[in-house]
Design a protein around this ligand. Structure first.
Ligand SMILES: O=C(O)[C@H](CS(=O)(=O)O)OP(=O)(O)O
Ligand code: MG
Length: 228
């Protein structure tokens, strides 16, 4: 199996499987949303599309950000801290974010498409190794932030798990996430728009029994849980 890492929202090629990483914060948010009971998460290309979908389906909840900030009229921010304080049982979310959602939508030409933050990175590798590996010649790992080291560190970690070379530890990934450019504004106490708690949710691996896979058969792609 050839495992390649790309950085940014525009992967140059398709693969048998793609794993799109957004540690800070889109797919950490998605992971916690499922843990809070969400059933599915649609991926919206634009804020307008998200509002249109909610107009047609009044129960859907809008989650996301523009330039990291809350969107007026959305139900949820792009904040794992906030998500963990909501009961989302049975809910459908529509997610719109700058890097993670954009990169996922640009990866749909790959055969299987998974999304993850650091919280579910190890489980995602194990799921692919156990269930798909014999059918996969190429795997693209897409670190969705164009320059931030948070997603790149997680991508290197996942590649090292696939290749079993122990070249990077989970502790090293955690340190790189905390020191990344993307984390800066959250850890700046004078910047009250961003919560430092969000970073705490992004740096710990969780022992969950599912991975997050994109269902491409729907008109609007959506993330679903696939159980281990
Ligand atoms: O909200 C986020 O964490 C980012 C936007 S920014 O990098 O903070 O401007 O979006 P995401 O798609 O979750 O990386
Ligand atoms: Mg990000």
């Amino acid at each position: 199996m050839q495992v390649s890492i790309y950085q940014g929202a525009f992967p140059p090629s398709a693969a048998d499987a793609a794993i799109v990483i957004d540690v800070i914060r889109a797919f950490t948010v998605a992971h916690y949303a499922f843990l809070q009971g969400a059933e599915r998460i649609y991926l919206a290309e634009t804020v307008e599309q998200a509002f249109h979908m909610q107009k047609e389906n009044k129960d859907y909840l809008l989650a996301g950000e523009v330039k990291g900030e809350a969107i007026e009229g959305f139900d949820l921010e792009n904040s794992p801290y906030q998500i963990t304080r909501r009961d989302l049982h049975g809910k459908t979310l529509i997610q719109k974010t700058t890097n993670g959602v954009r990169a996922a939508l640009n990866s749909l030409a790959s055969g299987h498409v998974f999304v993850t933050g650091f919280t579910n990175a190890r489980k995602t590798v194990h799921y692919i190794q156990e269930n798909l590996a014999s059918d996969l010649e190429t795997v693209n790992i897409i670190a969705s932030h164009p320059t931030g080291d948070d997603d790149l560190a997680c991508a290197e970690y996942m590649k090292s798990l696939f290749e079993q070379d122990a070249s990077i530890t989970s502790g090293q990934v955690r340190d790189r996430i905390i020191r990344s450019e993307a984390a800066e504004k959250f850890l700046d106490a004078s910047n009250i728009t961003f919560r430092c708690e969000d970073i705490s949710y992004c740096i710990n691996e969780l022992d969950t029994n599912f991975v997050m896979k994109i269902n491409k058969a729907r008109k609007i792609p959506m993330i679903e849980r696939v159980y281990l």
